[in-house]
Design a protein around this ligand. Structure first.
Ligand SMILES: CC(C)(COP(=O)(O)OP(=O)(O)OC[C@H]1O[C@@H](n2cnc3c(N)ncnc32)[C@H](O)[C@@H]1OP(=O)(O)O)[C@@H](O)C(=O)NCCC(=O)NCCS
Length: 269
């Protein structure tokens, strides 16, 4: 794994996050776009969505288009492919007030094993802690955000990690405010990046961390709804999300990659 200034992943993922950060400095005042650390995304697709997706993918290497109507997603992906862009489709799972209530119940009933400690990443977290979260995420196929994003330095957010007695991350979950505060989606948060080390799976820890992240975002930042992209074949993630009241919506997340810049790899699971 290559690491540079708390950027993590393979060279293409690191370049993507760096370009995304630079582009966000130019676009952060435009409510059409959103960002939480990975790359600039389109959050209000209109008639010119194909052109905007292509431009963002060309500039960054990859992008995602959120809130794209699910019943038109296949045709949209075909249009992107005709421009020599690779597309992938994620269900846009979404939870609102009911999900927040389910998560409150889940978090208040949670009993984590004594051998692990739940920690929230902050400004004061060590470089080693950040690296441990990133390495766990990557080992589970999930692209982490850069360290400064985990620390909450770019967007309001919560990055939770469950650490074992050796201080190694065994599970993580995150949520960030990602949209322009004045956009109609200003209270929508991105939620997810759930990852549990294989030997810790099936013990309910992702459910607790996912619930905690939602409750903290609702209470601290007034987040009213939570969105995440899950591929239709990720049964474990879909079941976990559903358990927390985060279910497939009428929208999709479309992932769009410019292979001439990013190569043929996947952005994230
Ligand atoms: C998805 C993932 C985070 C779940 O972690 P976990 O700690 O094992 O999950 P939990 O034990 O908290 O499971 C909570 C609920 O999720 C569902 N679930 C979890 N794993 C499941 C599986 N393999 N198959 C079906 N349902 C599953 C169940 O409903 C479960 O509740 P139950 O055990 O009471 O039935 C883990 O499998 C993982 O890291 N996967 C790879 C990374 C990934 O896909 N992340 C999501 C990206 S969108």
């Amino acid at each position: 794994m290559v690491e540079h200034q708390e950027y993590f992943g393979n060279a293409a993922q690191i370049d993507l996050a760096k370009r995304g950060n630079k582009l966000w400095m130019l676009l952060c005042n435009d409510p059409k776009y959103s960002f939480y650390g990975r790359m600039v995304s389109l959050c209000g697709p209109g008639d010119d969505a194909v052109a905007r997706c292509a431009a963002l993918a060309n500039l960054q290497g990859a992008m995602s288009c959120q809130y794209y109507p699910a019943n038109q997603a296949d045709a949209f992906c075909a249009e992107l492919e005709s421009l020599h862009l690779n597309s992938s489709r994620y269900e846009q799972c979404r939870g609102e007030a009911t999900a927040i209530e389910i998560c409150r119940q889940t978090a208040s009933n949670a009993a984590l094993p004594d051998s692990v400690t739940l920690t929230e990443i902050s400004n004061g977290s060590s470089v080693g802690q950040i690296r441990s979260v990133a390495e766990l995420s990557l080992s589970c196929g999930v692209m982490p955000v850069p360290g400064w994003a985990m620390r909450g330095e770019s967007r309001d957010g919560v990055c939770l990690v469950l650490e074992d007695e050796a201080g190694d991350a065994v599970a993580t979950a995150s949520s960030y405010m990602c949209n322009h505060p004045e956009s109609p989606r200003g209270k929508d948060a991105f939620w997810g990046m759930l990852a549990t080390r294989e030997d810790w799976r099936g013990r309910g820890v992702a459910q607790v961390l996912g619930a905690e992240a939602i409750v903290r975002m609702a209470d601290r930042y007034g987040a009213e709804s939570f969105n995440t992209g899950v591929t239709a074949d990720n049964a474990a993630s879909l079941a976990l999300c559903a358990k927390l009241g985060v279910t497939p919506s009428k929208w999709t997340f479309i992932g769009c990659v410019d292979p001439s810049t990013f190569g043929h790899g996947q952005i994230t699971r």
